[in-house]
Design a protein. Structure first.
Length: 277
């Protein structure tokens, strides 16, 4: 005799983090930044010159003063917008083509045989090494920098998508097929949702690599942007300006990577979460 369940068992969700524990974690994170600033101030204020030459670096106060000055100029915000536009454009193209091609390689033996050997030859080449090719191919530096950004994010997305799709249990697809599901139904209802955690892992990596390459490309062939402005500060021996540029790059990279991870958590909210997730 069998018993019919009226309701499917609900997935147990992790209890929310207590406010006191959350505040404690935030305090530890803020304290690590403050400690790093204090060490930086001490090393530069006392002109420590052991193996590393801290006597040549500007102090945090000098950097903060230069940052305050730049925040009052229109050029600073224009550089932010220019670099963000390049990142968003190149990364969006890499996400679309990377996810599509990675899925096709994993699902089609013919596509894999034709495309994967070429990708495996090109993948080890650093994206920044393609700057001369981009200069020759594209009619403007702007298009070349976006191409470098695209290439930087494209390969991590392709590889992560390919592995994520191939790692899906075969029984998922068989279950849909036995109920009359078409290939399109399997793709949209099984393959893509199941591969999303791995795909977003590749997107997160791709975003970080994109920032490294777009800043390098701006330094080499750019005419504006955060990377270009940072290199210009170095050429005129404006070391506080160099540190401000570096901190700006780090903040932009952190914000954009956090945005990708937040989008990934929203898209995979059906996954069980641990307390520290």
């Amino acid at each position: 005799m069998t018993q019919t369940l009226d309701h499917e068992p609900a997935i147990a969700e992790a209890p929310p983090t207590p406010p006191r524990r959350r505040f404690s974690r935030l305090a530890v994170r803020a304290g690590s930044i403050v400690a790093a600033l204090v060490v930086w101030e001490l090393l530069t204020a006392f002109d420590v010159d052991l193996w590393l030459h801290f006597d040549r670096l500007p102090t945090p106060v000098e950097v903060a003063r230069d940052l305050g000055y730049q925040l009052g100029t229109a050029v600073y915000y224009q550089d932010l917008l220019d670099s963000l536009r390049r990142i968003v454009t190149g990364f969006a193209l890499a996400a679309v083509f990377g996810i599509g091609l990675g899925t096709a390689i994993a699902r089609s033996r013919g596509t894999s045989d034709v495309v994967q050997p070429l990708l495996e030859v090109l993948r080890p080449i650093p994206a920044i090494a393609m700057v001369p090719i981009a200069i020759l191919l594209f009619p403007s530096n702007e298009q070349g920098i976006i191409f470098i950004t695209f290439i930087a994010a494209f390969f991590p997305v392709v590889v992560s998508t390919r592995h994520a799709v191939r790692a899906l249990p075969v029984v998922w697809e068989d279950a849909i097929r036995t109920m009359g599901g078409s290939r399109g139904r399997v793709l949209w209802n099984v393959v893509l949702p199941g591969a999303l955690p791995g795909v977003f892992g590749g997107l997160s990596v791709g975003m970080g690599v994109s920032w490294i390459c777009v800043i390098s490309a701006e330094m080499i062939s750019g005419e504006f942007g955060v990377g270009y402005r940072t290199w210009q500060a170095y050429t005129v021996v404006d070391y506080p300006g160099v540190i401000v540029g570096m901190l700006t790059i780090g903040l932009l990279g952190w914000v954009t990577s956090a945005a990708v991870e937040l989008l990934g958590r929203r898209a995979t909210r059906w996954l069980p979460r641990g307390e520290n997730a």
